[in-house]
Design a protein around this ligand. Sequence first.
Ligand SMILES: [Fe+2]
Ligand SMILES: [Fe+2]
Length: 172
Amino acid sequence: MPDPAVSERSNPLDMIASAHALLVQMCDAMERIADGLPDEVDRRLCAQVASCLQYDLPLHHHDEEEGLFPLLRARAKPEDGVDQILERLAAEHSSDNDFASEIAEALETLGQGGRPANPEMLGYMLRGFFERYRRHVHWENQLVMPLARLRLTRDDLDQLAARLSENRRHVS
Ligand SMILES: [Fe+2]
Ligand SMILES: [Fe+2]
């Protein structure tokens, strides 16, 4: 049965854009948590952010690295100069995935009512992460998404939609 969220009529780039909006919200939530450490933290928010870091973030990186980036690399013109940018963004994904699972573990403890082992260190990690990740999404929104909307053909978009759908089948 076709997934209505990834129907052929929808533009899969809009799904990527929604993921960016969600991840920016996640960064804002991380900032609120960091500001409230060690005692004024919203435990529900901690649990939500932990889940976002463990599931939504790696899934989104997967969508970009297996779907969007290769299609864009193949379709971009030499003057777009996109290869280096995509390489750098992919390198950031890999370090952010590692960092995210470490932070998620600490936030899960908080979400379950525990206290952070080292609140200062957690605050430092949260701030490092959301500051860097906001920049990451900013560059993707400024450079990658407009170029993708310009260069990807209908066929590319269908391939991307199929890939996003496939990535979600593995998760569920
Ligand atoms: Fe990315
Ligand atoms: Fe992204």
